[in-house]
Design a binder for this molecule. Structure first.
Ligand code: G3P
Length: 217
């Protein structure tokens, strides 16, 4: 089970590099960072050497997408190229796979989209849980259905649950059997704490003080 941060913020990535298994960026995250996105991506890849860093294509035309994907993959060995699950890119995806490019198919919203991508044998499929819920469709159920399908037909593609907007989504994606999840930094940090842990620590400390001893053990 891999935990990715859904961000391009270098400071947060540095802070949590000892726990996370990688990062997923997208054009929105990179535009927020400003500067030269190639440099930002290169810095993230260096920082997370050996861990997956997803980087999304920004071209539209399939031929340009192919060329851009090749350039993106040349940035570092740990780059995974993100390509939207759109039929106009299916042949490009197959071509890139035949050239050993690792692909994360993003913006995936249905089981059948997932089935086709699993048959292609892409590295990751990214179902967008939150965005499905935005239009009143069940998000976590898609992750569960993809899990069932992949196990049933023995596909090698990994499910990367994305667009997770709460600690509860994080919890649900784990229970649904996602191979990986990607979470925004604030949700990740929130998920590491629990109010009852802090309250419990305080109670133990106050009780301990009642002993009034200087040294232990
Ligand atoms: O990485 C893409 C995805 O996680 C975006 O999430 O919240 O913008 O739907 P969101």
């Amino acid at each position: 089970m891999k935990i990715f941060l859904d961000t391009a913020q270098l400071e947060s990535i540095k802070k949590w590099a000892f726990i996370i298994d990688g990062v997923t960026t997208n054009p929105t995250h990179l535009s927020k960072e400003g500067g030269d996105p190639s440099k930002v991506v290169h810095q993230i890849c260096t920082l997370l050497d050996g861990k997956d860093v997803s980087v999304e294509i920004t071209e539209i035309e399939p031929e340009k997408v192919y060329k851009q994907a090749k350039k993106i993959t040349a940035i570092a060995d740990n780059v995974v190229v993100k390509i939207p699950c759109c039929p106009i890119y299916f042949e490009v995806i197959q071509q890139l796979l035949s050239e050993s490019v690792r692909i994360n198919v993003t913006l995936l919203f249905s089981l059948i989209q997932g089935l086709i991508m699993c048959k292609f044998d892409v590295a990751y499929i990214s179902p967008f849980v939150g965005r499905l819920e935005d239009i009143d469709c069940p998000g976590i159920e898609l992750v569960q259905d993809l899990r069932t399908m992949i196990d049933q037909y023995n596909f090698d593609t990994q499910i990367l649950a994305a667009s997770l907007r709460s600690v509860h989504h994080f919890h649900q994606a784990v229970v649904a059997g996602a191979d990986a999840i990607t979470v925004p930094v604030d949700i990740f940090e929130k998920s590491l704490e629990h109010p009852l842990t802090k309250i419990g620590m305080q109670i133990f400390l106050e009780d301990w003080k009642k002993l009034d001893i200087d040294q232990f053990p």
